[in-house]
Structures are given as C-alpha cells and as structure tokens.
Write a protein that binds this ligand. Structure first.
Ligand SMILES: Cc1cc2nc3c(=O)[nH]c(=O)nc-3n(C[C@H](O)[C@H](O)[C@H](O)COP(=O)(O)OP(=O)(O)OC[C@H]3O[C@@H](n4cnc5c(N)ncnc54)[C@H](O)[C@@H]3O)c2cc1C
Length: 404
C-alpha cells in the first residue's frame, strides 16, 4: 500500500492553515512551517464574505469562528463632509442570496479557528518557530531547509506551498527579480480597535460603515460580539514609518486628526476615541505570470498581493486553498495538479486584484468627480448595488472558477 503524499507549507497564516486543511481532506499528510513562535494577535478586523465562509464551513472551521464573529445587516455608505447616507448595501439575506454567511471577525480569531481545526487532524503537523530558508524541487520530490534559531534543519515532501505572505521568501526564490515587485501604493491604512463603551449606539450596530472623503476613506464595524469597534482609516500619503515590521508601526493621532478635520463630527468622534493607532503601508503588485514552478506553488498574498478595498485578501487565500485541494485530490500527478490549480485560480484572483485597485481610485475621488460618484451610487439603489457583488460573493457551485 502506498503512503499518503506529503505537502510542505511555508506559513501558518489564513492561507497556509486553510491549505493544510484542504490538502488533509484531499488525502495528504501536511507539515506547516511557521516562522513565528506562537500565534499572535496581529492584524485587526476582517470582513469574511460568503465566497470564503462557505469554504470555512466545509472545512469545519466556521462553527469555531461563529461565537466570536458577527453578521452585519448592511454596509452603509456615507459622505465624509456631513455624514449624509449615500447608499446601502444590504447584507441581512447574504446566506440565502450567496449561499453562506457574511461575517465580521478579528483576524486572530479566524487564524485560531483554523489552527484549532487543524490540530484535530492527525494528518497535519504544525512546526512553529521554523522559518523556511531554502528549497529545491526535483523530479521525485521537494526538499526544504528551515531555521530554528541558529539551527538549520531539513525536510522533504512531494510539494511545497509558499503561503508566506506579502514578503514571501518562496516567491522571491521562485520568480526572482524578473517578476513584478510589490510597490508602495501611496496609501496607508491606520487601524485601531476602540472600546465600544466609548462610542455612541449608532457605531455599535451590527453593520459596517464606509465613509467616502477626498483622498481618504474610513471603514468601521463592531467585532467580538460588539465589545470593540474596528476602525480603518485609509489615506493618500507618503509613508515615512520604519521599514521593518509594518504590522506594528505606531501612528500619530494628531496627524489623523488634522487629516480628518473637515469630516463630520461623528467620524471625528470615532477617530478621537481610539487610544492607539497602528499604521500600515499598503502595497500593490502587478499580477504574477506564474504561481508555480516544478513541485512548488504560491498561495494567498504570496501569489497575489492585493489592496484591501474589496476586503478580499484573506478570502482569496481561502479560495486558493480550496482550489489547491481539488486540484491535488484523487492522486493526480503533483506538477500537473499544481498547474491545474494555477489555471483554476489565476484569472479570478487577478480580476479581484484589479477590481480592488479600481475600487480604491473610486473611493478617493475628490471635487466634481467625487460628487458624480455619490450621485451615481445614489441612483444605483440598494438592489442594483448588491447585484454588483454577485460575481465576487456567490459561493454556490458554478464550475471550476467558483469559490467552492
Ligand atoms: C488594512 C487591511 C485590511 C484588510 N481587510 C481584509 C478583509 O476585510 N477581508 C479580507 O479577506 N482580507 C483583508 N485584508 C487582507 C488579509 O489580511 C491578507 O490578504 C491575508 O491575511 C493574507 O493571508 P496569507 O495567509 O496569504 O498571508 P499572511 O496572513 O501574511 O500569513 C503569512 C504567514 O507566513 C509566515 N511566514 C512568512 N515568511 C515565512 C517563512 N520564510 N517561513 C515560515 N513562515 C513564514 C508569517 O509569519 C505569517 O504567519 C486586509 C489587509 C489590509 C492591509
């Protein structure tokens, strides 16, 4: 009897853990190598759209996430200057319309739900404190080198999945300097978690709010059963923060106060209630021509870093994982399976990358163009606005290009 094929995964983020679960379901034994020693509370809120939550449900992770997540009734789009309601995207019937719930959750809660689910699988081993530092793909398998502190170790398997994020080591080695490089987009995201008790009732409602201003926008929604409100302010600016760990760069509240001085009082009140800001430069990249090479494939941000304006980075990583599991199930030859994975995913992920960039341009229009945008959004109305998200959110099976 032949033993199960063995997958090596670099990175235990949302993409790496989802891939581990999908590959275990496809009959693989899986070793996940994560450079961090332990799961950390990094990031903040994530919007988990139905195209991703359907996959989480199928993996058994959704039920673990549900208690700490929240289903918003709508996204309310407001004008920065006076708070006027421009449009409403209804979400209350997300599950019946798109086949799975639309949820708001803390990134760490999603990562924990995936990790706990992975730990119930005998086929999955998580190696924390192990940074992948080299690999070689051959005809019969793949070998990796990884570092535990100063010690260098090796492991072998049938394939390597680079789910090691925006600054992917695996991508650098696979594509080299020939491929498109991630570039600073000229925008930074300022993120804070605000104690809900410090905010008025309208900010605590189970809905997401999107405020559109000149060269800036603001998103907020409650998290963790409504105990905190996740705030993201995105502004056009040069980034002069430290170049090291971009998750934990501190933001100066006075800068934000000045930048939003002409915004409506309730938006300013929300910004003022934050006790600490984290500042996060946003990177963008042209689509990679290929995500695979031999027995190695990229997944998630490593394959398709995207701007967050459609809130799809994690969702697309989860979709990648499902497609990877399908492509490698049933004992297909590994290199062919990885090529089939790229074929199944590249066009859709590229479209989401491009639409995210376009959305950012629309959000930050100013003057007459911003006025025209608001008029167009108003004229569209709730139903037609919602129709525009069908291609992205619909989780019901519709061929290989779909989420499921
Ligand atoms: C402001 C903002 C808001 C966002 N909002 C949303 C949203 O609402 N919805 C949504 O779906 N997405 C959102 N995203 C995007 C989302 O956070 C990312 O796209 C997603 O986390 C990518 O997952 P990943 O697993 O590919 O990478 P990551 O989450 O970055 O995980 C990569 C992992 O690999 C590890 N690693 C790195 N190098 C190595 C190595 N050499 N060896 C071993 N391990 C390694 C890292 O430690 C990390 O754990 C947002 C992003 C931003 C910036």
């Amino acid at each position: 009897m032949s033993s199960a094929p063995h997958a090596l995964i670099a990175g235990a983020g949302i993409g790496g853990l989802s891939a581990a679960l999908c590959l275990a379901q496809a009959g693989f034994s899986v070793s996940v190598f994560e450079q961090a020693d332990a799961l950390e509370e990094v990031g903040a809120g994530l919007q988990i759209s139905p195209n991703a939550s359907a996959i989480l449900r199928q993996l058994g992770a959704l039920e673990r996430l549900r208690p700490s997540s929240l289903a918003p009734r709508a996204v309310k789009i407001r004008r920065a200057r006076d708070g006027a309601l421009i449009a409403v995207l209804p979400l209350a019937d997300a599950e019946s319309r798109w086949g799975a719930p639309y949820l708001l959750a803390h990134r760490a809660d999603l990562q924990r739900a995936l990790l706990e689910t992975a730990l119930t699988h005998d086929a999955i081993t998580i190696c924390a404190g192990a940074a992948v530092a080299g690999f070689a793909s051959g005809r019969d398998g793949v070998a990796i080198a990884y570092k535990r502190g100063a010690i260098r170790l090796e492991a072998t398997g049938d394939c390597l999945i680079g789910a090691d994020g925006l600054r992917s080591f695996v991508r650098q080695r696979l594509v080299g300097s020939d491929g498109p490089q991630s570039k600073f987009s000229g925008r930074t995201a300022w993120r804070a978690l605000v104690d809900a008790n410090r905010l008025p009732a309208e900010m605590r409602r189970p809905e997401s709010a999107l405020w559109l201003g000149s060269k800036a926008h603001l998103v907020h929604y409650p998290l963790r059963g409504g105990a905190v409100v996740n705030v993201v302010a995105i502004v056009d600016e040069d980034f002069r923060g430290p170049s090291g760990d971009f998750w934990s760069s501190q933001g100066d509240a006075a800068y934000l106060e000045a930048r939003f001085a002409r915004w409506h009082e309730s938006a300013k009140g929300l910004l003022a209630a934050a006790s600490e800001w984290r500042k996060w430069p946003l990177y963008d990249s042209a689509p990679l021509a290929r995500w695979t090479g031999g027995r190695v494939a990229l997944l998630g941000d490593a394959a398709h870093p995207m701007l967050p304006f459609l809130a799809q980075g994690a969702a697309q990583a989860i979709e990648d994982a499902a497609a990877l599991g399908r492509a490698l199930a049933g004992g297909h030859e590994i290199e062919q399976g990885l090529a089939a994975y790229q074929t199944a995913r590249r066009a859709r992920a590229t479209r989401v990358q491009q639409e995210s960039r376009r959305q950012g341009t629309i959000y930050h229009l100013s003057g007459a163009a911003g006025f025209a945008r608001d008029l167009a959004l108003r004229a569209l109305g709730a139903e037609r606005l919602r129709d525009r998200y069908d291609w992205l959110y619909d989780a019901r099976p519709r061929g290989e290009a779909s989420a499921l």
